[in-house]
Design a protein around this ligand. Structure first.
Ligand code: GUN
Length: 283
């Protein structure tokens, strides 16, 4: 079977172009959109992510402001800055790049961001709204996966979706979003018994476990759709995912590659949340 290779790069560009047109209209009405990105320390992966977020802002016409704070910034100083930005009416979105240093509690940081500016969708308010199925900021990676499925006409309604991994950033919000879209959802994790058998029941298998090439063809039903959220380097230093692509792909009806699948969608959906912050403010 020749699977559809889901093109996240193309879809993310389409979304950014749609947002660019929207932002132009918002600007014509005299409104600017500003995202503030805060990075603590100089973790190289975080530096790349932050740079890409700033580039995306520039592309669609959103102002980006960044704070690059030293690696020994105290939690108190960080919370003070967030509080100042919460009260700054020229700031629409606030994002603290994770992970933060060990001595800072990420939950305190996420909690400090005003729910109206929580463009990552990580706050208890946003997660609660998602669980209740009411409008709010959606967690970017799961929201991007819904876009990938919808824009490839892959039916979610009535499907059995198995989510592998239960992180607060991917697994949990992903399960809620699929449920809100009328899928039957099974969430699996490191303590799940019979993982292979459960994964093999999935019409849509979404994998975010952070284990290199963990999912092989033994986990996949013929004709399934496989979405890979992982990103790693293989022994040849090439990017790869949580799914052993060459082994799994021939069994799928559709699959996301790494790179070029889920990855580019996260930033596109962050940009979508920045635009949404203005729409929510005006409501
Ligand atoms: N670190 C890895 N992914 C993300 C993300 O989506 N948002 C933030 N703030 N930090 C991250």
């Amino acid at each position: 079977m020749e699977p559809l290779i889901i093109d996240g790069k193309k879809i993310s560009t389409d979304i950014k172009d749609e947002l660019k047109a929207k932002v132009n209209k918002i600007k014509e009405d005299g409104t600017e959109i500003t995202l503030v990105v805060i990075q603590i320390g100089d973790d190289p992966a975080s530096t790349v992510y932050v740079r890409n977020k700033k580039r995306a802002c520039e592309y669609i016409g959103i102002n980006s402001r960044s704070y690059e704070l030293p690696g020994d910034t105290s939690e108190e100083e960080l919370l003070e800055l967030i509080n100042k930005l919460n009260n700054d009416s020229s700031v629409n979105g606030i994002l603290v790049q994770l992970p933060v240093p060990d001595y800072i509690d990420p939950l305190n940081v996420i909690n400090a961001i005003s729910p109206e500016k929580d463009v990552d969708g990580f706050s208890p308010y946003s997660m609660g709204a998602l669980n209740l199925g009411v409008d709010g900021f959606l967690s970017c990676t799961p929201a991007g996966i819904i876009e990938l499925l919808n824009r490839n006409n892959i039916q979610i309604d009535g499907s059995h979706c198995v989510v592998v991994g239960r992180s607060n950033i991917v697994g949990k919000p992903m399960a809620s979003l699929m449920l809100n879209n009328n899928a039957t959802v099974t969430v699996t994790h490191s303590h799940t018994k019979n993982l292979k058998e459960i994964c093999k029941q999935a019409d849509i298998l979404i994998v975010g476990v952070g284990k290199k090439e963990f999912i092989t063809s033994e986990y996949v039903k013929d004709g399934a759709v496989v979405i890979d959220v992982g990103i790693h380097r293989d022994s040849n230093n090439k990017l790869c995912g949580d799914v052993l692509f060459d082994d799994v792909a021939p069994h799928c009806s559709a699959i996301t590659p790494v790179p070029g699948g889920v990855g580019p969608m996260t930033i596109a959906m962050l940009m979508n949340n920045c635009v949404k912050s203005v729409e929510l403010k005006n409501k």
